[in-house]
Design a binder for this molecule. Structure first.
Ligand code: OAK
Length: 770
């Protein structure tokens, strides 16, 4: 498809990609989950497939369940790419996605005695039937070596003499759009030893070592790094970045050159989206190829780079901003380091002209960070080289402009934009919640909303309709039954369908505050235990469901998982509490688990400390499925409030502008007594493992409560109480649920992608002839 659009001339093509959690992400694929169910729905052949299978004696649903998840990413960032690929295909945009074909995806989480253990996810064990190996599409990727100065046609130029070459082989994964003949491609690269043999080693008899060294090449694409937020300056990780970038760019440039003799039209035809900084070596690589290999002048090459790249950042956390040690970069990619220095030199000169000799500011904005470990700031590099810098929600963008990249915003205000994230309704309603999908279509009288999400607003008209309420509740109940069966099979705990299913599923991170949730569950338990028996009748029963993986080296997150299990053990075995409260930890949270849990949730929690979640996309999936949100005003929830109104959700907590002052206050002045009481219960060993949990408790008391669990606790409990109250009135709850789905249209990735196409990439749909 993309080749067509390039040769049509008028339409620009966008190449986006993701190397799951790092590299050059974006519109591609990270965690994509299962393929079959999504593809047959998009192709409109689900019923035919089901019929054909039944004639062969198979049940479609049972067969679809056999497919494992492709877990080629870490979390929100990667899954976002998968949603955007679906939207790009559906909306007929000419786009390609690129990524790495890891042999081991994100680890499988196994819980033993309440502790997380990681098991390798060798997802290719039985092959991958959806991919097409392109043995003839392969490119050499070079590493190490030296740079020498040579003279060519009287001009001095730099020549990189690499020390190692690895072959990148393409594996194509077609992504069909919904209701269109358009199918786009996700091209994943696998590393193979190159075809050149080191004859010297063979001749000296070191045959075994020569083979082993060659084999080592394959490690580049062998495993996904499971920690998406901290960068340890590992060589293998940098190798993955460059391997991915180099192979993808060779592919893109080769395709461009098939139809063009020079690079004049390159910016007209190609748009490259840096999805976070992981692929940002691409800007340097394009400079290198244009200057060293295509022999364009520096200024001409720079002009091209500045027109083709745009950058989306996905974080506000300083520790997630990538820095690459200069020593590492210089040894692996010596020519690239030179080019970065040259880009930085030019940038600093330009900056001096604009701001004078303000050395403090110059050093803050420099691409090169001086210090104990001299490093390259990948975000600064990306901003300098991109024409647009996007945040992923309005709030995120404001924080970028006023805090994270303030200096850059003052320099280039025109570069800063935002595109609030979105998720695809095809996977998150049509595939994962077919009965809700049918109900929506019935009441809207059309299936057109599957492509045109704005039509969902039509449900508002029926939000108080008694018949719709009846059917809506029935759909939700069936989904809850499915989830309850899963919970029982997985944990042995039987849960009541009359209870409110309250869910928090996402990566475990301190800023996402799973600990706040668990402490409030302890509070609920404590209240129930201390109640008169007669009062207990008024308690709204809850099934609290928590799920998420902790990065293997993230001790605090692992302790939170253990605490969740320790508390669950106590509560779930307390006959006195019975169905009033249950706590379930869903192990190995992934896309398939989300597809089961989200449709069955009554309430979902998005409770990050304000100003920490760049956007959040889980909240959008729950919203579409008619689940009510209990949330802080953070990331994209601020925009959800605008769409569905504060009255249809449960909001709490400090606002973003209040956070700095609250951090200054001592914890004892801001945490309520209930908070100290529950923390004390953990400290005193009420749930066992007293010593093990000590540091968790220390981290939220005294002056160390950085994420403000103590100061938000009282308002959190109020929001929880409001949710209980609303749940008692099931008609009111159902109305809020319908209004949530009705108001979710703005959070479709179709909208995000259309916005990118129009205002960042300048591309238009390219309809396939039928
Ligand atoms: C991971 C590593 C480095 C930088 C960012 C991330 C990441 O996963 N960010 C997440 O991206 C999502 C998609 O934009 C957002 O919804 C999440 O808020 C953000 O944490």
């Amino acid at each position: 498809m993309i080749l067509n659009s390039i040769s049509r001339g008028k339409t620009q093509s966008v190449y986006t990609s993701c190397l799951s959690s790092f590299l050059w992400h974006s519109l591609a694929f990270g965690i994509s989950g299962r393929s079959l169910s999504n593809s047959v729905i998009n192709l409109g052949i689900r019923d035919q497939c089901a019929d054909a299978l039944s004639q062969l004696g198979f049940e479609y649903e049972v067969l679809a369940e056999q497919e494992g998840d492709a877990a080629l990413g870490n979390g929100g960032l990667a899954r976002l790419s998968a949603c955007q690929m679906d939207s790009l295909a559906t909306l007929d945009y000419p786009a390609w996605g690129y990524g790495l074909r890891y042999q081991y995806g994100l680890f499988r989480q196994v819980i033993l005695d309440g502790f997380q253990h990681e098991q390798p996810d060798y997802w290719l064990n039985f092959g991958n039937p959806w991919e097409i190996e392109r043995v003839h599409v392969s490119y050499p990727v070079k590493f190490y070596g030296t740079v020498e100065e040579e003279t060519l046609n009287g001009k001095s130029c730099q020549v990189w003499l690499p020390g190692e070459t690895v072959e990148a082989v393409a594996y194509d994964n077609p992504i069909p759009g919904y209701g269109t003949r358009n199918t786009i491609n996700l091209r994943l690269w696998a590393a193979k030893p190159d075809g050149q043999y080191d004859m010297e080693s063979y001749n000296t008899g070191d045959y075994i070592n020569a083979v082993v060294n060659r084999q080592r090449a394959e490690t580049i694409s062998s495993v996904l790094y499971p920690d998406d937020r901290s960068h340890q300056g590992k060589e293998l990780r940098l190798k993955q970045h460059y391997f991915f970038v180099s192979a993808s760019l060779q592919d893109i440039i080769r395709r461009f050159k098939d139809g063009h003799n020079n690079f004049d039209d390159f910016p007209e035809k190609i748009a490259l989206q840096l999805n976070d900084t992981h692929p940002s070596l691409a800007v340097v690589e394009v400079m290198r190829v244009l200057v060293d290999e295509e022999h364009l002048g520096w200024d001409q090459a720079w002009n091209i780079v500045c027109k083709i790249f745009s950058f989306t950042t996905h974080t506000v956390l300083p520790e997630a901003l990538e820095k690459i040690p200069v020593d590492l970069l210089g040894s692996l990619l010596p020519r690239h380091l030179q080019i970065i220095y040259d880009i930085n030199f030019n940038f600093m000169e330009e900056l001096k002209k604009r701001i004078g000799l303000d050395f403090n500011r110059l050093s803050q904005m420099s691409i090169v960070e001086e210090g104990a470990v001299k490093s390259i700031r990948m975000a600064n590099l990306s901003i300098v080289c991109s024409h647009t810098v996007n945040g992923v929600s309005r709030m995120h963008s404001e924080l970028l402009k006023t805090r994270v990249f303030k200096d850059f915003y003052e320099l280039w205000p025109h570069k800063f934009q935002y595109k609030t994230n979105g998720v695809t309704q095809r996977r998150w309603i049509v595939v994962s919640n077919p009965s809700l999908c049918a109900l929506i279509s019935k009441w809207l009288g059309t299936e057109a909303w599957i492509r045109d999400i704005d039509l969902l607003i039509g449900l508002q008209e029926f939000a108080a309709d008694a018949d719709l309420h009846q059917e809506w509740k029935m759909v939700r109940k069936v989904n809850k039954m499915r989830l309850a069966e899963y919970i029982e099979a997985m944990s042995g705990v039987k849960v009541s369908l009359d209870a409110m299913f309250d869910v928090q599923i996402k990566r475990i991170h301190e800023y996402k505050r799973q600990l706040l949730n668990i402490l409030s569950i302890i509070h609920r338990y404590d209240c129930i235990k201390n109640m008169e028996k007669t009062q207990r009748r008024k308690v709204v029963p809850r099934v609290c469901i928590v799920g998420g993986k902790a990065a293997p080296g993230y001790e605090v997150a692992k302790k939170i998982i253990k605490l969740c299990h320790a508390v669950a053990e106590k509560i779930n075995n307390d006959a006195d509490v019975g169905d009033l409260l249950k706590l379930i930890f869903v192990p190995d949270y992934n896309v398939s688990v989300a597809e089961l849990v989200i449709p069955g949730a009554d309430l979902s929690q998005h409770i990050s400390t304000a100003g920490h979640e760049a956007s959040g996309t889980g909240c959008m999936k729950f919203l579409m499925n008619g689940c009510l949100l209990l949330a802080t005003a953070d990331g994209s929830t601020v925009e959800i409030i605008e769409e569905i109104g504060e009255e249809n959700m449960f909001l709490f907590g400090a606002k973003v502008h209040e956070v700095p002052a609250l951090r200054e206050k001592s914890s004892d002045d801001k945490a309520p007594l209930q908070f100290s009481r529950v923390v004390r219960m953990v400290r005193d060993g009420h749930f066992g493992f007293k010593d093990y949990f000590k540091s968790l408790c220390d981290g939220v008391e005294g002056d160390s409560d950085f994420y403000l669990l103590g100061s938000d606790f009282a308002s959190y409990l109020e929001a929880q109480a409001a949710a209980d109250k609303a749940f008692v009135d099931q008609e009111k709850w159902t109305q809020m649920s319908i209004l949530s789905t009705a108001g979710s249209g703005r959070f479709s990735s179709d909208r995000t992608v259309e916005d990118y196409a129009e205002t960042t990439w300048g591309i238009e749909p390219c309809t396939c002839p039928s």
